[in-house]
Design a protein around this ligand. Sequence first.
Ligand SMILES: Cc1ncc(COP(=O)(O)O)c(C=O)c1O
Length: 418
Amino acid sequence: MTKMHSKIDPEFVGAHFPALNKDWVFCDNAGGSQIVKGAVDKISEFLLEKNVQIGGSYAVSQAAAAALMEGRKAAQTLVNAARPEEIVFGPSTTALMQTLAGAMRSQLSPGDEIIVTLADHESNIGPWDRLREFGIVIKFWPFDHETYDLRLEDLEPLMTDRTRLVCVTHVSNILGHINPIAEFARFIHEKGARICVDAVAYAPHRAIDVQAWDVDYYVFSLYKCYGPHTAIMYGKYDLLGELDGMYHYFYGKDKVPGKLEPGNPNYELAYSTVGVVDYLVALGESVGGGGSRRDRICAAYDAITVQEDALTGRLLDWLNARNDCRVIGKTTNDGSARVPTIAFKFDGQNSGEVARKMDDYGIAIRFGDFHARRLVENLDEAGDDGVIRVSMVHYNTLEQVDRLCGALGEIVGSNAAA
Ligand SMILES: Cc1ncc(COP(=O)(O)O)c(C=O)c1O
């Protein structure tokens, strides 16, 4: 067996991300990551060689259909789904959540309950909240304000025999720690409900295993996971079969996943998933991973975790050493439970002004509520232009974190704790 060395080679990574050779330091990756070259190549290949409608008898149309299926199979491997039909492509996570909520209509009756969290991005709240219109009861699962955890003891009293679905984030795009999704799924299933997970802020950072976790619906955006602007929803095959069709009436219930992809998915972007997955496989090999493609993907994510832990540690150390700064989320990374998506606020400083000044240093960060408005308002952090967020991925370097901290220090002053 090959020995894993688990350390990412920055040159290997750099060769796959041509956009990183520019002057900017990208620390706004939870807003959108850079795209891997292999994904761009797949898009061009599709557009230049296969750009016709699928479903025709002629060879090019067959090739287009095969490319779409390759994209589905790549996504299947990425999330470890049981079959490619469990993959639904859509324009964005927001749109997929809206599709899912709409497609659940006929299985919900007035008085049925859906639980959403206060820690989620609005994409996994709003589409469910709109079902109030049809008599569905929406309840909010609060998080602990000290630990920022979503606790099962707070979920339990909300659940009744009318609870049909619990919608929860795998990682909040502000708080940045990983929720124990398998544990949540087990608890929710025991109570007879289903789970819908927003994995947008998780997917770039750790391996996904929908079967091991036994989640029912699992949704994330490829443009934050080294691909282009498209998104992926996994759903258990039988559950997708139960959903209403969102396409034409003659797309029957059994047309999975086509009935959930009205107007068809964007073929070239779906096909680009192959490029993203090929990259992760190659990254896994580059750190000594062997075995199946899936094994190599897991090796890649192990190495990504090592790199990200270093980045997280370096930034948290700097932030924690100050006495004028509040991290909005856990201040430590015990057991690699955090991804390098770190939000914070400086006393007496406007977050927007700080973030805008960083532009002059060529360092891209972001401020605001990041569409997790209910979370930021619940924490009473919406004032002064919300929070500052630094969000890194494995292609960021320690040298970049030092540059970022140096720039922040110049902007807000060198106020380190004694
Ligand atoms: C955690 C989280 N969920 C959902 C979304 C929405 O994704 P999309 O832009 O694909 O609709 C985002 C986007 O920032 C996000 O960070």
